[in-house]
Design a protein around this ligand. Structure first.
Ligand code: SIN
Length: 336
C-alpha cells in the first residue's frame, strides 16, 4: 500500500485498488485505438488526475495490471478479501477499483455479493487509453474517488461510475464497444449522477448485496466452475455435454426468454440425474425470464430472472459454494 498524496486530516481516506485496463493503457500519442491495456501503474495513473488531493487522501495498491479479459476468479477473491480486511480499519473510508471495461460489470457484481462492508466500493475504468487526446480515465477516476468519499454513498453495494453516471453492480452493463458513454443499466436506470465531485442519488437496488448477502468468500482459494453455453440456430448440443464433464453448473445464454432447441433440451434433461444445475438466461440482455412450465419441469432448470448470462454465472458460482440443492439455488435466483 502506498500513500499517494500528503495526508489532510479534514479529508476521507480512500484506497484505490488498481487492476489495469484501458484506464492504465498506453499507445500512440493522441490515438484511441491499437493501444496496450494495463501498462501504467497506480502512481502514474493517479498523477494524471488533477485535484484528487483536494477531495481525499489517496492510498494505492496494485492488485494486477492486466487487460480485464485476463481477470480471473483469483483476482476476484484477492479483491474481495482485501476489501473485507481493509474495511475493518476505522481510518479507511472507501474503495475505488480501477478495471478494464470489458469485464468490469462482472467484477462489480462479484464484489456486490461478496464484500462485507457498507463502506462505498466504486469501480471505474476508461474507454480511451491514458495517452489519448481527451482521455476519459482522469474524470472517471476523480468522480469515483469523490463518490467513495461521500457520506451519501454508503449502503448502495458495489457501484460503477462511468461518464457522469452512477450504476449498481447488479444492473450495470457495458452497452457500447468504443464510445466513452459505455455503461448503462438499460430499463433499471442509473442510481444517480455525478456532477463534478458531487453525487446525486435517485434510485436504490432492493436486491441483497454486501452485508445483506449470504455469500462469504473468506478463506476460499477457489470457486466452483460454471460455464456459459451460447445458443443460436443450429447450435451444437454436444457443448452441453462437454461443459457437464468439466463444470459444476451451466448457464445457458438462450434465445428470447431463455429458450433453446429441442435437441438442447434433450441434453439438458440428461443432466437432471447428474445433479448439474442449469440456469436459463438470455442473450437479449433485457427483460425477465420466469419459470417455463415445459422446460422447468426438469428439476435442474432454473430461470435467471433479470440476470445476464455472465452475472447468472457469478450468482450460480456463489450459490454452489453454499448448496447443491436445486430448490435452494432456485430460491437464490428469485431473491438476488
Ligand atoms: C480491458 O477491458 O482491459 C480493455 C478494454 C477497456 O478497458 O476498455
Amino acid at each position: 500500500m502506498i500513500q499517494i498524496n500528503p495526508k489532510n486530516s479534514e479529508l476521507k481516506n480512500i484506497i484505490i485498488l488498481a487492476t489495469g485496463g484501458t484506464i492504465a493503457g498506453t499507445g500512440e500519442e493522441g490515438k484511441t485505438t491499437n493501444y496496450t491495456a494495463g501498462n501504467i501503474d497506480i502512481e502514474v495513473l493517479v498523477s494524471s488526475v488533477r485535484n484528487l488531493d483536494k477531495i481525499a487522501n489517496i492510498y494505492g495498491e496494485q492488485i494486477a495490471n492486466v487487460d480485464s479479459n485476463d481477470i480471473t476468479m483469483n483476482h476476484w477473491l484477492t479483491l474481495a478479501n482485501r476489501i473485507n480486511e481493509l474495511s475493518k480499519q476505522d481510518d479507511v473510508d472507501g474503495f475505488v477499483i480501477t478495471h478494464g471495461t470489458d469485464t468490469l460489470e462482472e467484477t462489480a457484481y462479484f464484489l456486490d455479493l461478496t464484500v462485507k462492508t457498507d463502506k462505498p466500493v466504486v469501480l471505474t475504468g476508461a474507454m480511451r487509453p491514458s495517452t489519448a487526446t481527451s482521455a476519459d480515465g482522469p474524470l472517471n477516476l476523480y468522480q469515483s474517488v469523490a463518490l467513495a468519499a461521500s457520506d451519501l454513498s454508503r449502503g448502495h453495494g458495489a457501484m460503477v461510475v462511468f461518464s457522469d453516471g452512477i450504476y449498481s453492480g447488479r444492473n450495470v452493463q457495458k452497452i457500447n464497444t468504443f464510445k466513452t458513454n459505455a455503461f448503462n443499466s438499460i430499463e433499471f436506470g442509473c442510481l444517480g449522477y455525478m456532477r463534478d465531485n458531487i453525487p446525486f442519488f435517485f434510485n436504490k437496488s432492493i436486491k441483497p448485496h454486501t452485508i445483506y448477502s449470504q455469500f462469504d468468500v473468506t478463506g476460499l482459494t477457489e470457486l466452483p466452475k460454471v460455464s456459459i453455453a451460447y445458443f443460436h440456430i443450429d447450435a451444437d448440443p454436444s457443448i452441453i455435454d462437454y461443459f457437464a464433464q468439466n463444470s459444476e453448473g451451466i448457464v445457458i445464454a438462450g434465445a428470447g426468454s431463455g429458450t433453446f432447441s429441442s435437441n438442447w433440451l434433450e441434453e439438458i434433461r440428461n443432466l437432471e440425474t447428474k445433479g448439474i444445475p442449469v440456469v436459463r438466461s438470455s442473450r437479449i440482455g433485457n427483460g425477465i425470464i420466469l419459470t417455463d412450465s415445459t422446460i422447468d419441469k426438469y428439476s435442474n432448470c432454473i430461470p435467471s430472472y433479470t440476470l445476464s448470462p455472465p452475472k447468472s454465472r457469478i450468482l450460480l458460482t456463489l450459490a454452489l459454494t453454499k448448496t447443491k440443492d436445486y430448490s435452494e439455488i432456485k430460491r437464490i435466483f428469485a431473491e438476488y
